[in-house]
Design a protein around this ligand. Sequence first.
Ligand SMILES: [Zn+2]
Length: 292
Amino acid sequence: MLVREFQRLVDAVLPPKAAMYGDAIGLQIASKHSTVARVLVCLDVTEEVVREAIDTTCDTILTFHPLIFSPLDRLDRSDRVSRCVSDCIAADISVISVHTSYDALPQGTNHILATKLGLSPLTPLVPNDGIAGGMGLLASCAFTYSELLERVSDVCGGPVRHCPSEKADVRWVAIVAGSGMPFFNDAVRLEADVFITADVKYHAFHAARGVIGLMDPGHFEMEQFVPIGLIELLSPTMPSVLFVESTVMTNPVQYSTSQMQKTKTFSSYPQGSHGTADQSLGTTNGRGRAVR
Ligand SMILES: [Zn+2]
């Protein structure tokens, strides 16, 4: 099938209007021959992934994270994105991104993670107007905070940066896989006991103390199940296309586990007002310049 027809079928399953405003989804590179028969599915496009597509004779890369996110004003091989783009063009490989159109799907990124954690998905954190699904997820939970923390670590496969909840038992969990801190106040407003997201800054952990439990298992770690989820979702709709899961580890972050045991944790909490959204996120420290 032609790549435009492939894109149309992807859009039928993952409506572009469900994606966040301004997201770089859709056809990013159209190959010269524009045919789609073998699709490599990945979380990120790296040079190793492009090489994998060439070695496995894939004509298309379906990526979760956009390869081109900011406008490219030049192709310069000293730049990583430029190298990937020029390598794809040289190998006649098309690239399509789905990103937040998959996040917004009721059975998308957050639903997969919630299910693996043993939670019961309930409703989007921020519903989309007129479209099923939305950003983030609110799920019910029958675990203690410690049990949930252990599950997050086990499922995501690594250490979890966290600021504990005041409550020992967790009833409601808000999840936004990836950089979800813009949804922090939504999680608080909906009275979640714990918010699980990634890329959490130091001062955001301070803001969470006494308000909501906050867990950050890592960006890649929360989204690692996306490629297989996409394959299971899309392959039944396109029997003539072979979908191949990338085997390249694209997480650029590594952890020094030897220091983890030495990290001290807080043993007490200030008496915060649980359920109150934090208004200080993003403000200055009074010394003239924003510090986060
Ligand atoms: Zn992401």
